[in-house]
Ligand binder design. Sequence first.
Ligand code: SAM
Length: 323
Amino acid sequence: MLDKSKSAAGVHTSAVKQPARNNRTLSLLQQERAHLQQQIFTLQHPVLHPEQLYNRVIHGNMNDVCDLLPLHFVDLLILDPPYNMTKKFNGSTFTKSTHDKYASWFESWFVKVLPALKETASIYVCADWHTSTAVFDILEKYTTVRNRITFERDKGRGAYTNWKNCSEDIWFCTMGEHYTFNVDAVKVRKKVLASYRHHTGEPKDWKHEEDGKYRMTFPSNLWTDITIPFWSMPENTNHPTQKPEKLLAKLILASSNPGDVVLDPFLGSGTTAVTAKKLHRTFLGVEMDEEYCLYALKRLASAEHDKTIQGYENGIFFERNSL
Ligand SMILES: C[S@@+](CC[C@H](N)C(=O)[O-])C[C@H]1O[C@@H](n2cnc3c(N)ncnc32)[C@H](O)[C@@H]1O
């Protein structure tokens, strides 16, 4: 943002407004851009060997890219397409349409991604409440829909004539009956209110920890521990709809194993790829906006040495903003 200010010599200058001291939003320096641009991958011809795509950020339209992908190499598909609302993504604007038109658009590209999936693959599809209803029938047509996760967004605008929108859905689907689900990796640490004991005096399924008594519980489809990235979080970028790494970590840990291939054809700022890398999975991302590809590549470079995921430590997902 430009800010008019006066220099020491009394001359009016245009200076870039300084961000707040602890604003950690990712920025790209000019020399970094040139370097990162060299790492951007494009596809022109069909790829026969999946290894050629491993750990790549592909700049392109996913409609074209999906036609060139090999068959049956993806273990986990994460879909976070533009929702059915008008939203500006850097150079382009996605425009809200009717329920039916959005559903047809979704189906037109969804069928192109499916051949890349293994029979054992899982799929997660992000949506707001409106979009969620539009995509459900299509997911039912091509996959087995197993659940709908709803997570509470702590960000959101209040409304005078409606309920404030502060939830989003994630559909959980699989291609078949055999699929990965690592429930122990995503159990939730809960404070124990009733600390029952065995007759021997031993705690019944809970533990004493430094700050109290906790038990690991089965994860439900209602998540209240998610923080949408904001300016003081190191993962934050200027992407308008960035998902938190913690949310992706849950999906990736539950539905893939180390080394598995995770595909995100609407990569945005790179959250899926970065989290997959931090969790030792193989990633492939497609994004049509070059600026967002650069964000993803910069975050991936940091993930070489920094494997931290805010809100997830030593195999435990902590309550929102408690770390
Ligand atoms: C909802 S955002 C994804 C945000 C991402 N999950 C993150 O954490 O940053 C959707 C992204 O898809 C991109 N996009 C839209 N249409 C696309 C297409 N046909 N091919 C590739 N990318 C596309 C947009 O530029 C946008 O960055």
